[in-house]
Design a protein around this ligand. Structure first.
Ligand code: FAD
Length: 801
């Protein structure tokens, strides 16, 4: 209803909502109605929640129907040091985005919510503007608002299929089939809640949300339980508490949950409940009751279990499906669909009407899901785990345990033999760092330094001073071939990607509005043969953009991600190592220049060697058939032994690239940044014949002057405090931005990161250079050096060595 409301509000009256049964009959009717904003490190999510909260407060004045919103406040309990650290960091991050939140003492927490035990708490976080809403009333108010502006809402009609026709390499929507006959339309938005996957699958659209059991109980009336009491949330007790009918509602997020109906959600499941699994839930109920003991004696009126759907990464599935034009999705709400609905409806309506999202969608874009996510075991196991992470603490290094090793690098065994501490990278197993041959690596998540940091430092230094090998086989690799391949890629890319054979180009793919939609490399192997390489997280988005751009062109896209291994050999001694393993090639600077790509022979295998770096050193990426990767890895290690070679993991990749200021799309760069804001103007080929998508908007932005926000490098002067993500950046004591990616710069001697900062008069080098900079790390401020240039080797001399 929120999508329909926002479409209608924006003036689009040709809107038809088809509801299978009655509005709210899926998950919404039984939602607990928490309208809370606290707790997210995501700017997109925070802004959506803030918008929802504001909308729910004012909707009645517009529609005449109350949403039931009551800003009774939220008290979030911090019961252990790890959560306290997290909440302090989150509070600072969200405060900058406009959320009013203050840390309060356990005693003050008790004053606000006297029925809770607070003697063992470390602190509370009070958000006075948060509260609760009535989900059914909210839906009806949105429906009335939508109808009043011309939208039609029809209940009792099921969409049975979405009709499409071929359009170039993709398809486009032509209408929907229903149990009452067909309806023609150009755009469909799948908002089918826990049914969204089933409906989407019929059209080949990947929406891997999965229903799960979700619980709350409601007690008999309790003396002293005021309707004005704030919502109290204690994640360490797995529970939230609020007033309901004079009693108390206790909602649960148990650490290990249960998927519901993995095969198929029944088509006729309406206003339905699930029989509670008392045995499974009893231990968590006991913990929840221990925090608010009166619940135990009050008598339980209802123990409720209803389904809500979750996605594999706990972020919603939103936006345009990559392979079907006109097919939008807004589903997979992960237990926060009521409080997110305002923001998501607004975003989707904007996206539908303008063709572009106006917020960072890299973390929520439905295009991020590849087909393997639909596999039933993955959905089942991941859902049981992901619901449990909602109330877990989230210190850095936290990993998911389910669905590991869906993909394995061809050098997996070599990495394990070298003592790799493995982490999940979009379904691939990859090394975070190496404990050394024969060692069994272990690591605990945490906000501080860990024993393995010595290993990380050694790997970082090996790349700066000698040579290291990274397995990057998880990168998305797409072969684009055919007579029109060059034309398609040239139009998509803002850089000079078709210059000549044997060249790699680092480039962006922009939207018409100049926003950076993708950040990748294009290698021209021959006039009709190109290799596109993007990060694992951008895989679906990039291949979708490519297929849409193909249109009727005479070119094909082949996903070669699993066929080609990629080993990246980086560091000042890389040339010496590669000269030994491939003596037939000339690796000298004159013959093999930066950005050159050549076929070389290693162990009788043809290997594509590309001179490029993501760490800021002399280095090459080697693309080779998966079957050859193991022997080539061994040959590199043998040849590199006397040069100090070592396998290097992703922790060092991160620290090395951040010292060099290299961006990572989806982390420090997103679709709301243009190349000027991203500091990537140097990649543009503004004069190439035929131009490129987004050129006009890019030029117009330059005409307007300095960007209003920009990505900059940050280095803390004090070597002790650490940066991860979300730390607030202050100029002359005023918050102006936050750290998007943080790591430890072993070469620059302190925590290093990339931050997004803003200034209403434009972010210029002079403004940056004339400020006094600090970063707020969990409530303490530390002096920082902020600059538009890379902290390490800004002139790039090492890369061109
Ligand atoms: C116990 C519990 C407590 C919760 N508490 C909260 C909370 O406090 N705060 C919060 O924000 N969220 C909460 N949630 C989550 C919230 O309920 C959901 O995220 C939200 O309701 C999802 O809304 P939706 O519109 O995506 O899905 P739904 O409400 O399920 O709506 C989907 C609709 O699509 C219709 N439909 C499906 N298939 C078709 C078809 N083929 N054709 C036509 N119509 C179709 C269905 O009939 C249904 O009405 C809670 C959930 C549970 C289970």
């Amino acid at each position: 209803m929120s999508v329909a409301y926002h479409l209608a509000r924006a003036g689009e009256t040709d809107v038809l909502v088809l509801e299978r049964d009655r509005l709210t009959s899926g998950s919404t009717w039984h939602a607990a109605g928490l309208m809370t904003c606290f707790g997210s490190f995501s700017e997109t999510s925070t802004r959506m929640r803030l918008y929802s909260r504001e909308l729910y407060g004012r909707l009645e004045a517009e529609t005449g129907l109350s949403t039931g919103f009551r800003p009774v406040g939220l008290v979030e309990a911090a019961a252990d040091p790890v959560r306290l650290e997290e909440y302090r960091r989150v509070a600072a991050f969200q405060r900058r985005l406009g959320l009013e939140v203050e840390e309060i003492s356990p005693r003050e927490s008790a004053e606000l919510f006297p029925l809770a035990r607070t003697d063992d708490l470390l602190a509370g976080f009070h958000v006075p503007g948060d509260g609760r809403v009535n989900p059914v009333d909210l839906t009806m108010s949105l429906a009335r608002g939508a109808r009043a502006r011309g939208a039609r809402v029809v209940e009792g009609v099921s969409v049975t299929d979405v009709d499409t026709r071929a359009r170039g390499a993709v398809r486009e929507v032509t209408g929907v089939d229903t149990d009452h006959g067909p309806v023609a339309c150009e755009i469909v938005v799948n908002c089918a809640g826990m049914w969204a996957r089933q409906l989407a699958e019929r059209t080949g659209v990947v929406v891997p949300n999965q229903a799960a059991e979700h619980y709350y109980l409601v007690t008999e009336p309790i003396e002293g339980m005021s309707p004005q009491a704030p919502v109290f949330e204690d994640p360490s007790s797995h529970a939230y508490y609020r007033e309901e009918g004079g009693g108390m509602m206790v909602g649960l997020f148990e650490p290990v949950a249960a998927a519901w109906r993995v095969d198929r959600v029944p088509d006729d499941f309406s206003f339905g409940t699930i029989p509670p699994d008392w045995e499974r839930m009893t231990p968590f109920l006991a913990t929840a009751m221990a925090r608010v003991p009166v619940v135990e004696t009050a008598g339980i009126r209802t123990f409720f279990c209803g389904p809500e759907s979750f996605t594999p990464d706990l972020a919603p599935a939103v936006g345009q499906a990559p392979g079907v034009l006109g097919y939008f999705v807004a589903a997979g709400m992960n237990s926060v669909g009521v409080l997110s609905a305002g923001g998501i409806g607004r975003l989707v309506a904007h996206w539908v009407l303008t063709g572009r999202p106006d917020q960072d969608v890299t973390g929520i874009d439905v295009a991020r899901f590849l087909p393997w996510r639909l596999e039933s075991r993955h959905r089942s196991e991941r859902t049981a785990e992901i619901l449990g992470t909602v109330y877990a603490a989230h210190p850095p290094g936290t990993q998911l345990a389910s669905s590991r090793g869906v993909f394995r690098s061809p050098v997996h065994d070599r990495m394990v033999a070298a003592g790799a501490f493995l982490r999940d990278v979009s379904g691939w197993e990859s090394a975070a760092w190496y404990a050394g041959p024969g060692a069994a690596p272990t690591a605990d998540p945490g906000w501080g330094r860990a024993p393995w940091w010595e290993r990380w430092e050694a790997e970082h230094r090996a790349v700066r001073e000698a040579v290291g090998v990274f397995d990057m086989s998880f990168m998305a690799k797409l072969a684009v071939r055919g007579p029109d391949a060059a034309g398609v890629l040239d139009r998509l890319s803002c850089g000079p990607v078709t210059e000549r054979d044997g060249r790699i180009t680092y480039t962006q793919w922009l939207g018409e509005d100049g926003g950076v939609d993708a950040d990748l490399t294009v290698t021209r192997l021959a006039a009709d043969d190109f290799l596109v390489v993007a990060s694992d997280t951008a895989h679906g988005q990039v291949s979708g953009m490519l297929r849409r751009a193909l249109g009727d062109a005479d070119a094909t896209v082949t996903d070669v991600t699993e066929d080609l291994a990629m080993l990246s050999v980086q560091g000042p001694r890389s040339r010496a190592v590669l000269s030994t393993v491939a003596p037939g090639a000339d690796w000298s600077g004159g013959a093999f220049a930066f950005r050159d790509a050549r076929r070389v022979t290693v162990l009788d295998e043809e290997v594509l060697a590309v001179r490029v770096t993501y760490v800021g050193e002399l280095g090459w990426e080697l693309y080779l058939p998966a079957r050859a990767a193991g022997p080539v890895w061994d040959a590199l290690m043998d040849a590199g032994h006397r040069h100090g070679i070592r396998p290097v993991g992703l922790s060092a990749l991160s620290s090395l690239r951040l010292e060099k200021g290299y961006r990572d799309h989806g982390h420090d760069l997103d679709n709301t940044d243009d190349v000027w804001a991203a500091g990537l103007g140097f990649t543009l080929a503004l004069d190439k014949p035929g131009g490129f998508v987004g050129r006009e908007a890019t030029l117009a932005a330059r005409e307007r002057g300095a960007p209003l926000h920009r990505i900059v490098s940050v280095v803390l002067a004090d070597p002790e405090p650490l940066l991860f993500h979300g730390e607030v950046v202050l100029r002359d004591g005023v918050p102006v931005g936050d750290v998007r990616s943080g790591s430890y710069g072993w070469t620059v001697g302190g925590a290093v990161g990339l931050a997004g900062i803003g200034h209403d008069d434009g972010v210029t080098a002079a403004w940056v250079g004339s400020g006094t900079w600090e970063v707020d790390v969990a409530g303490a401020r530390y002096p920082a050096a902020v600059s538009m240039r890379a902290p390490y080797d800004p002139a790039g001399t090492r890369v061109r060595a």
